[in-house]
Design a protein around this ligand. Sequence first.
Ligand code: T1G
Length: 703
Amino acid sequence: MNAPAPSRTASRAPVAGALDDAGVFWIRFDDPERKVNVLSTEVMNLLSDLADAARQAAPRGLVFVSAKPGVFLAGADITLFEKIATPEEGRELARRGQEIFGRFASLPFPTAAAVEGVCLGGGLELALTCDWLIAASTPKTRLGLPEVQLGIIPGLGGTQRLVPRIGLPAALDLILTSRTVDARRAEKMGLADEACPLELLEKRAQAYLARGKRVRKRKWRDLAARPPLSALPLSLARKGVLAKTRGHYPAPLAAIDAVGTGLARGLAAGLAREAELFGKLAVSEVSRQLVLIFFLKERFAKPPEGARTGQAFPKGAVVGAGIMGGGIAHLLASHGMRVRLKDIAPESLGKALSVVRDLDKKLARGSVEDRLRARQRMERILPTLDNTGFDTADIVIEAVVENLGLKRRVFAELEGVVRQDAILATNTSSLPISAIASEMKNPERSVGIHFFNPVHKMPLVEVIPGEKTSAQTTRDAVAFVLAVGKVPVVVADRPGFLVNRILLPYVAEAIRCFVDGAPIRAIDAALLGFGMPMGPLELADTVGIDVGAKVSHILEEAFGERMRAPGLMADMEQRKWLGAKTGIGFYTYGSGKEKKKSPNAALDALRAAPVGAHPSGPGTPGTEEIVDRCILTMVNEAARCLAEKVVATSDELDLAMVFGTGFAPFRGGLWRYATARGLPACRARLAELATRYGSRFAPADVL
Ligand code: T1G
């Protein structure tokens, strides 16, 4: 995969420029040694020379293009960031890049970017120095500024040149969400001047040169970007960011600062501020962790050697048209697969198809293309009450209710119907794969593929080989998960697999904090403050108290007392206080669109300790205690999972926790958090908690 490029091509420069007969100066990116074009040190040096060469050539115009299909420019070389030692070094790096880009921006002749493929970060910033931006409407074309996702801000003028192009609100939206847009949307929002078919890209770019330099037309929306009016959208954005990030992520606030500086004091001051803030952020701990997560994800985003490749999974089948089955069928169809969706009850099929349709409505933004894509997707899902079409499927995913006998029967029946080389996958969250496959003639082709609910939102998928699963099936299952755009982590066939085994005792501990007198809101706020995406009690409500209790029970049978569900859960089940689905759990949920929730005050009567009126009184855990009880419970279980080889490496454990539970990404994952805190320190604190609360906190041997 990483074979060295042949020396003939290796000597080719990653970017080169030349004047053609028609008087157009073409600057073409094509790095022979990398999969994607990036702004490496070498490329920046070459661009610096090319800016001068272009000016000297005095052409009719200049066009940036890429010869690499699917990639225009993926931005700055992220591997360089860890070499930045001080904020000043970071600032100077950005200043130098800004200066080079500035020379392109000030060329006296018209310039255009002809964009096909990813055009991200510094790539888009370069395109923004051009008078014209033409984008090819291929599936790979995505434009955006994903820097804040890496804990930094655009450092090559992105916070300055985007606003005049698309207006302040749209610019803030792109920068603060890291959202990327396709060619059509880029055209609609004014980021691209035109979206065109790939075959016409270079011609259209050339045609735009004939229009001369860009003359900015004043638009009504520009008013919003002018001080003092700009103060309002900027302060709203700041408020929105603070509410969302709870102060854990400095980059979005810095981006707003840089944008605001430019609006108030002009381009030069804005660029200076941008570079200064970029430098500070580039050396921050948050950015280091987020960059680590990026590379971790990339590292495991490769199909294993020997796995089926290419379009290896054109056809799939899903058995069981529940919420999971419907969600999985939707996912497969979204990735171009034809899907048979089977259920024995026609009503279920009807329901599942309407789930798919609702998802389409939720995800689509209403454009003609979105609607067309949704229709194509629907056409790819074929409902069936029998096994019609199963004989051609490349993979069959069983998603019937969690009942061992039923799942066994489904597997045994499927075996007689499907192709010899089809993968038979089960989407179970709690049953052993080996047991489900126990009655198969060829269990080597069985495998667990555990999607999380809701399927369209949760990036992680656990791939679970059973006792008899062949290595080839596991590799193919990983390749399949990647092909449908998810993050696969291979875990052992042990109760709860990896993520639920770690998450369940965490939620249970949060419930115990409530039983011990802490208020519902205080518990959720404590863990939100730590950096979890959702409070554990709200999570319990979302998952369902009954579901949580059931999984706890399975885990308790396997691992003993430390997994026992707090008695409160049984009381709640009895009262049908099951969470969001029954409108009441730890919170009560308002009806209507707003779904406002407030703590369920009636729960106070059920807990052992007095109503949580003494937040600092004896026995009532405060914030630090709540966080330690919940988070160290996870650390302890994670340590056992590593020791038992439930997951091969701590990197994969971190990947699973970040993408399966949203565990604070700025902390780099659960295990990175534990090692940063120090394993001996974790152990000592657990021992202390054990003397106070009991043996469930007894530190795992490996700690
Ligand atoms: N720098 C270094 N390496 C990069 C890279 C980058 N910007 N982008 C990709 N790679 C590597 C990647 O690790 C992988 O390596 C290979 O290239 C791509 O493999 C100053 C500060 C572009 C959508 O955040 O989102 O500009 O693992 O073909 O799945 O303002 O990679 O193979 O050895 O499997 O098709 C902003 C990050 C930078 C873009 C391609 N840019 N990249 O996905 O990839 S900050 C980004 C991506 C910046 C300036 C600022 C994706 C991709 P390896 P692949 P893919």
